[in-house]
Design a binder for this molecule. Structure first.
Ligand SMILES: C[S@@+](CC[C@H](N)C(=O)[O-])C[C@H]1O[C@@H](n2cnc3c(N)ncnc32)[C@H](O)[C@@H]1O
Length: 454
């Protein structure tokens, strides 16, 4: 039998070959990390399931190999100082350094010059950029001279460097990855400061974020304040990030939307900009779509639809309405769906939201929850994991469950929410009158429920 390290190396070697062949079919060799991101190529690759699976196995094996051969002190030390990942990324993202380096091109820019342009001592700039370049974000092309690479260029915003700071409200518009990094390194970081204290002594606060801010409101109520509107807008843009980098198509194929009677009513509950509705409605435009959110979410949706597909609103295919899901649902729909809503809330609030939908539903109505699924790190009889090649973790470590475990922590920090297993979604639905019929797998699985017979 081959030894543990060799098994990991073999998984990497065989899957790298598959990945390279996939790129050759796509007409080019696998791009080196030094090259800036090609968004069209990234989206194409992200929507190729075979490439995604191959990539997952490489990442799972490579991270396990690194964890196996590094000293425990190095691994724990790197993990324990994760806050420097947060603050250095926050620093470069807030100061638009990727944008500046985009304009500088592949030759890069001296840290002193970067410092002058952003008003920070160039020595600090070099230290932060070197920390990130050592972790493969940015490149140090010559001593103290830095340029973008594929990872850092994903932070580029939509306006030229000189114009970005002219308006905080629009700073992150059309730049979902930068908005996502801005949101998690800001609100997430603030919340994380009360993370441990909150779990033991919540002291009446609704989340670690509220505890640090000493505000007895939820994050969404805080976002509704005039001085927080820019954060709310950044959050709405951030919600587009996973789709931008990971490809689309999963929502339109989750249900056979075209088998519903023409003119069916479909409600996107807590829709924000409505990116999910847009994908579904493009594939089934014969139905009526209703988007519900709070005022800030609907304002973001109005901007998004006016830009991307104004006719859909003008001709009544899509209606945008301010409505709180903690109030009774006013629409009797054929399908209610939600993406990334239930994971925001603790159990009581989830039951309240789902019961309101159940009370409005017809006997034939469906409920679709698009939510990531929490996966145990060991095999689970319900979900499987035994088919994962030895010696990988059943959930493929950060390759399979990195994002969901990270968002799980983020949900505790922001809202005292959580990611749930398939069994927990089934149980939650049951408590609110919904029967889980199917789980459509995917990066964001679809949990499809029907109304339980009383
Ligand atoms: C995590 S985001 C998900 C947005 C959208 N479903 C998506 O996937 O892009 C949560 C959304 O819930 C909305 N929300 C929060 N509280 C709400 C409430 N009481 N009623 C309706 N929407 C609410 C927020 O405004 C935000 O747009």
């Amino acid at each position: 039998m081959t030894d543990y390290l060799t098994e990991l190396v073999q998984i990497i070697a065989s899957n790298v070959k598959t990945l390279q062949s996939a790129y050759v079919i796509n007409g080019r060799a696998y791009p080196p990390l030094d090259e800036p991101l090609d968004p069209a190529q990234a989206a194409k690759i992200a929507s190729n399931n075979a490439v995604q699976e191959t990539t997952r196995l490489i990442v799972a094996a490579a991270t396990q190999l690194v964890a196996s051969v590094r000293s425990p002190f190095d691994v724990l030390g790197e993990q324990a100082t994760g806050m420097y990942n947060t603050v250095t990324l926050s620093f470069v993202n807030d100061h638009n350094i990727a944008d500046l380096l985009k304009e500088a091109g592949p030759e890069g820019l001296d840290a002193k010059e970067i410092g002058k342009r952003i008003g920070v001592d160039g020595v600090y700039v070099a230290q932060c950029l070197r920390y990130l370049a050592t972790r493969h974000i940015f490149r140090e092309v010559k001593p103290n001279v830095f340029a973008n690479n594929r990872l850092s260029s994903a932070l580029v915003k939509s306006k030229p460097f000189n114009e970005i700071e002219s308006d905080i409200m629009t700073k992150y518009d059309d730049a979902p990855v930068s908005a996502f990094v801005g949101h998690v390194t800001d609100e997430g970081f603030i919340g994380s400061q009360s993370f441990i204290e909150f779990m033991k002594h919540p002291k009446g606060y609704s989340s670690p974020l509220s505890m640090t801010l000493q505000e007895h409101t939820s994050m969404f109520e805080w976002y509704a304040r005039p001085e927080q509107k820019w954060r709310a807008r950044r959050f709405a843009t951030a919600m587009k990030a996973p789709a931008k980098l990971r490809g689309q198509g999963a929502y339109a194929s989750a249900l056979d939307w075209n088998s519903l009677p023409s003119g069916s009513t479909i409600v996107d509950v807590g829709a924000s900009t409505g990116v999910v509705t847009m994908e579904i409605a493009r594939s089934a435009p014969q139905h009526k779509y209703v988007l519900h959110d709070l005022e800030g979410g609907i304002a973001a949706a109005q901007r998004h639809w006016a830009k991307e597909w104004p006719e859909a609103v003008e001709n009544g295919t899509v209606t945008l309405e301010v409505h709180s899901f903690f109030d009774p649902m006013p629409v009797q729909a054929d399908v209610y769906f939600m993406r990334a809503i239930i994971h925001d809330w603790p159990e009581d609030e989830c039951r309240q939201i789902l019961r309101h939908l159940n009370a409005a539903a017809k006997p034939t109505s469906k409920l679709v929850l698009f939510e990531m699924m929490a996966l145990h790190a060991c095999s689970d009889e319900l979900v499987g994991g035994n088919d994962v090649p030895y010696p990988l973790l059943a959930n493929l470590g950060i390759a399979g469950a990195g994002f969901v475990t990270m968002i799980d922590m983020h949900m505790i920090s922001l809202l005292n929410g959580r990611e749930r297993t398939a069994r927990e979604y089934e149980e939650l639905g049951k408590q609110a009158g919904w029967k889980l019929e199917t789980v459509k797998p995917g990066l964001v699985p679809a949990f499809i429920f029907s109304k339980a017979v009383e």
